[in-house]
Design a binder for this molecule. Structure first.
Ligand SMILES: NC(=O)c1ccc[n+]([C@@H]2O[C@H](COP(=O)([O-])OP(=O)(O)OC[C@H]3O[C@@H](n4cnc5c(N)ncnc54)[C@H](OP(=O)(O)O)[C@@H]3O)[C@@H](O)[C@H]2O)c1
Length: 300
């Protein structure tokens, strides 16, 4: 079977690592990985030559400036990496005639809506990170029509830094942990995101249908507050003999951070299911799978 060349940006990120794992057993995909120092998204002039030299059939654009709080005091860098670089990636892809599947975020919304956001809802980021990611969506869309922008949220996995790992680490030392209970969203496993991205990329390679292109929401099914998420992590961990703590359900105001977060981060993923046939599993099942792996890693 001829392998298609899928190029992923970023070497150590959660989704990049998940893509490596997810494609290992596939005989139709050759995964090309490129990240710093060879590809530094802050050095925009060098992006196109690096990507073009790798001759991809499709680009999976996942690397980003993801430090939400740091972005508040370093918005200029976030705007280059998250805002300008996707435009360069899109221009390189357009010259080569290949599609781009790009990850974006729930933070493009202000969180004031009372129900899950759909793709056509007005954006209105409340922080620097969200502004930079929205700029990237626009730059990519202006650079190439052959793109799928997948907005996801609350990413966790066995890899890198994330909420699940933080909760398990804190529970090693504490009996009780205060966790925010007035922000609601969709905890989403990077492994499920990887599956979804590959399915969308395969669809874009197979068809020039314009309805497969544009902005889509892609999170796990179901919704939770951060406190619900923490309780589920500890429920699974305790059942496996791992660390667990009682969750004190606190207000956002009791846990101040440099960046404001949207109160409502929920994304309606119906469009992705109807057009691409992609629906990610329920967040509880994926959270359980991640916690099981992390607990197993501790005991081996
Ligand atoms: N994490 C979340 O909760 C979340 C939520 C919504 C959307 N997203 C989006 O999902 C995507 C993947 O997120 P993630 O959780 O996998 O991210 P992550 O674990 O924080 O990893 C970020 C990746 O981006 C790379 N990177 C950062 N700055 C770079 C630069 N200047 N040049 C090249 N690479 C750079 C890092 O490279 P190094 O390996 O060199 O450090 C790393 O591979 C991102 O586009 C993010 O905006 C994430």
């Amino acid at each position: 079977m001829t392998k298609r060349r899928f190029l992923v940006t970023g070497l150590t990120g959660q989704v990049a690592a998940a893509l490596v794992e997810t494609t290992t057993a596939r005989d139709d995909v050759e995964l090309l990985r490129v990240g710093r120092p060879e590809l530094d998204l802050a050095d925009t002039a060098k992006i196109a030559p690096v990507l073009e030299a790798l001759r991809p059939d499709v680009i999976l654009s996942v690397a980003a400036y993801t430090a939400v709080d740091a972005a508040e005091s370093d918005e200029a860098t976030a705007l280059v990496v998250n805002g300008d670089a996707p435009g360069e990636i899109g221009r390189a892809a357009a010259r080569r005639g290949v599609p781009v599947v790009h990850l974006s975020t729930d933070y493009v919304f202000d969180g004031e809506k009372l129900s899950p956001y759909v793709e056509t809802d007005p954006t209105g980021p409340v922080g620097a990170y969200g502004r930079s990611k929205l700029a990237g969506e626009r730059a990519l869309a202006a650079a190439t029509g052959s793109h799928a922008i997948l907005r996801t949220a609350w990413v966790h996995s066995p890899f890198g830094k994330n909420f699940v790992k933080t909760m398990l680490r804190l529970a090693e030392a504490r009996d009780r942990i205060g966790v925010v209970a007035d922000q609601i969203g969709n905890p989403t496993s990077a492994l499920d995101i990887a599956d979804g991205m590959l399915a969308v990329a395969t669809n874009l390679l197979a068809s020039t249908d314009p309805t497969l292109r544009g902005v889509f929401h892609m999170t796990s099914a179901g919704e939770a507050t951060w406190a619900d998420f923490a309780e589920e992590i500890f429920r699974v961990s305790a059942s496996l003999g791992g660390p667990a703590a009682a969750v004190d359900r606190i207000a956002t105001s009791a846990y101040p951070t440099p960046a404001r977060r949207p109160k409502n981060s929920r994304l309606d993923c119906g469009l992705l299911e109807r057009t691409h046939g992609v629906r990610l599993p329920d967040w509880r099942a994926s959270t359980e799978a991640v916690v099981r792996r992390l607990i197993a890693d501790r005991t081996t």
